[in-house]
Design a protein around this ligand. Sequence first.
Ligand code: HMG
Length: 426
Amino acid sequence: MTKINWAGFAKKTPKERLSQIKPLLSTESFNVLENQILLNQDVASQMVENTLGTFSLPFSIVPEIEVNHKSYSVPFVTEEPSVVAACSFAAKIIKRSGGFDSTIHNRQMIGQIALYDIKDTHSAQMTIEKQKKELLTIANNAHPSIVKRGGGATDIKTHLIDDETPLLVVQVLIDTKEAMGANIVNTMTEALKPSLEVLTKGKSLMAILSNYATESLVTARCAIDYRFLNRDKIKARELAKKIVLASTFAKKDPYRASTHNKGIFNGIDAVCIATGNDWRAIEAGGHAYASRNGSYEGLTTWQLDETNEKLLGEITLPLPLATKGGSIGLNPSVLVAFDILEQPDAKTLATIVASVGLAQNFAALRALVNEGIQEGHMKLHARSLALLAGSLPEEVSFIVDALLQEKHMNLATAKKILESYRHSIL
Ligand code: HMG
C-alpha cells in the first residue's frame, strides 16, 4: 500500500497535489497529468462517430476511502462543485469509524432473448430446461476467449410475459470476468437465437444484455461513531436521528428518493467516468434496483445503533464494473485513474464504488439535515463563478468571500465584484 501524506491536500495548487501523489503514479501516468495529455483526436474518431474533437472535465481525487481495511485514493471526474469535497469529508469521518465493509454478492451479467409466436410456451420452457447444457455450449462457443479466461455462460432460466402476444424470455447468466461484457453477452445471446427458434418453434424478437444486473449486486456498510458527528453528545445523537429520518423519507417518497439517489450517483458516476466505465448502464441498473419493491426508493438505509452509539449506513446496488475492455485502454486519463486506484480488479473496484455512493449520501444527508445544502455547496459554487468571471488564482478567495455576502450569487455579480476589486487595487 503506497503511503501519501494527505495533510492540506485540498488547499494546495494542482501542481503541488501532483507532486504529492507522485508515489501512486507510474512514470507514464505522471507524464500524462504533468503534460495534460488527453485523449488523442485520431483515437476519439475511432471510438465514436462524427467527432469534432474531445471534451474535457475536471479530474480530481478523493483521498483515503477505507474499504475492507485498505485505504484507496479515488479518482473523480465531475463538473459539479462540492461533490469531491463532500465525499472527502465523509470518507474522513467514516475512516475514523473503521471504514467501509463491502461485500460482492455475485458477479455475472444477464443476457436476454425474447421469443414470440410460440404455440405451447409451457412445453417450450421445459425443452429449454432439458437442453440447457447444449445451449450453454453454443453460447460459450460463440465467445471462446472469455471461456479461456475462466468465464463464460453458466446458467439459463426462462420466464413468461403473458400478454396478448405472449413473450417467452430466456435469460442467460454470463461470467464476464474483468469486462463489463456488453459485447460478450450480446454475441452469446445472438448466437443462441437460431437454436432457441428451433427448440421453441417460435420467432426471436431480440437478443441483448440487461442492464438490470441483479447478479452483480454489491453492498457497502459503515458504522459511524456518534462522537464524530458532533462533539456535543446530544447534538450528535439528534443529527444521527435526523439522518435516519432522511433515509425513511427517501424510502417512502419517490420525489425525495430521486434526489437522494441523484446524490449517490454524484459519486458513483464520477468514478465510473474516471475509470472509463459505462455510467449510463450503472445508472439504469441502480434506478431499476431502486424500484424493485414496486415503488422507487432511496438506495441507502440509515439506522441507529443506540447501544454502541453508532449511525449505521448501508447501500446495495448492481455494479457490474469493468477494469478491462471497452474504451478503458484507449483513454490516457483512464489509465491514470487505474494507477491511482492501484490497479484493482473488477470486484474490488465495485466495493470501492459502492462505498463512494454511501459516503456521498452520508455527506449530503448530514449537510441537508444540519446546516442545509447551500452553505457548503454555495461556497464552492462561488469559486466556480469567480473563475468563470475571469478571476486570477490570487483573486479567487477575495471574490468568493465577497460573493458569499451577496443576496444574488450569479455570474453578473461575480463580474461586477471582480471589476470593482481590480479597480480598487489600481
Ligand atoms: P465544511 O465543514 O465547511 O468543511 O464542509 P471544512 O472546510 O471543515 O473541511 C472538512 C473536510 O471536507 C476537509 O478536510 C476535506 O476533506 C473536505 P481537511 O482537508 O480540511 O482536513 N473539504 C474539501 N476537500 C476538497 N476541496 C475542498 C474542500 N472543502 C472541504 N474545497 C462540505 C464543506 C462541502 C464538505 C460540506 O458542506 C458538505 O459535505 N456538503 C454537502 C455537499 C454535497 O453533498 N454536495 C453534492 C452536490 S448537492 C447534490 O446534488 C446532491 C443532493 O441533492 C443529494 C440529496 O439531496 O440527497 C444534496
